[in-house]
Unconditional design. Structure first.
Length: 286
């Protein structure tokens, strides 16, 4: 009997299908450049009957079809993820960390979002320059070699701008909460896996988080349960703030999203502040 894939596995698959969509678009563009160069050359009529011409036409036909199928599958995974309701309520009346420097982190995230705008613009302009050079020097390989990372960089820059802006607002809303237990688990045997972060709070409650694909990762913390960390934000706009990164000292933010509800230990009475506090419910995968 087939089992339903776990939420972390569905997130992995959705991410890979989105990357496949982007690769298909770049391959289609490279094939289009190659077709234009071949037909515009001196032997364009003769080239039209060659094997390269047939391969180019096939690539232009198959690449958008494959990209479309990959995009549809990724959207289907997103629909399944949005069907899992997640309550990521964090109490606003107790437990807010007041350590020096944490109150400025939301402004830091806002600055990070603004810095991603010129990065995305640079990638877009460079991508256009690469296409122009490919046409000028009749070398479509430039689009294939440099086009894929530039396309990923431009989309990643825009995503980072929107994401860090949302996280800045979300952290300002909830504040920071000290994590008593931090367990980072890296899944082996998957293609480009993202770790799973389990956070335990002082009141015994726990929440499971999943890092978002970013240059800020948490895999270096795998197997370490004594890391000092703080958690802020809600739902898909959350941040785990570690005491330091892999290669640098100082507070290190890892963007995450909740993949399950915040759970409390069994108790005859509801946790303090739970009944009358804010209790918004969000959905995964937005």
């Amino acid at each position: 009997m087939a089992t339903q894939p776990s939420v972390p596995m569905q997130l992995d698959r959705r991410r890979m299908f989105y990357l496949a969509t982007m690769v298909g678009v770049v391959v289609f563009l490279a094939a289009g450049v190659m077709l234009c160069l071949g037909l515009a050359g001196d032997g364009g009529i003769a080239w039209a009957g060659s094997v390269e011409f047939v391969a180019t036409v096939v690539a232009m036909s198959v690449a958008p079809l494959a990209a479309g199928i990959a995009c549809v599958i990724a959207l289907q995974y997103g629909r399944k993820l949005r069907g899992a309701a997640v309550g990521t309520w964090l109490p606003t009346e107790t437990g807010v960390a007041q350590e020096s420097g944490l109150e400025a982190q939301s402004r830091r995230f806002h600055t990070m979002s603004l810095l991603s705008i010129p990065l995305s613009g640079f990638c877009v302009v460079t991508f256009g320059l690469v296409v122009w050079l490919s046409v000028a020097f009749r070398s479509p390989g430039l689009v294939i070699v440099f086009g894929i990372p530039l396309a990923i960089g431009s989309v990643g820059g825009l995503t980072a701008w929107a994401g860090w802006s949302r996280r800045a607002r979300s952290v300002r809303k909830t504040g920071w909460y000290t994590a008593k237990i931090v367990d980072v688990e890296v899944f082996e045997g998957r293609l480009a896996p993202l770790p799973l972060i389990s956070i335990g709070f002082e009141d015994g409650s726990t929440i499971r988080l999943r890092p978002i694909m970013s240059t800020y990762g948490a895999a270096y913390q795998a197997g370490r349960r004594t890391a000092e960390a703080w958690v802020g934000g809600e739902d898909t706009a959350m941040v785990v703030l570690f005491e330091h990164g892999r290669f640098r000292k100082g507070l290190y933010p890892v963007p995450v999203k909740a993949i399950g509800p915040r759970t409390f230990p069994r108790s005859p009475a509801p946790p303090r502040g739970r009944a009358d506090g804010p209790g918004w419910v969000k959905r995964v995968g937005r």
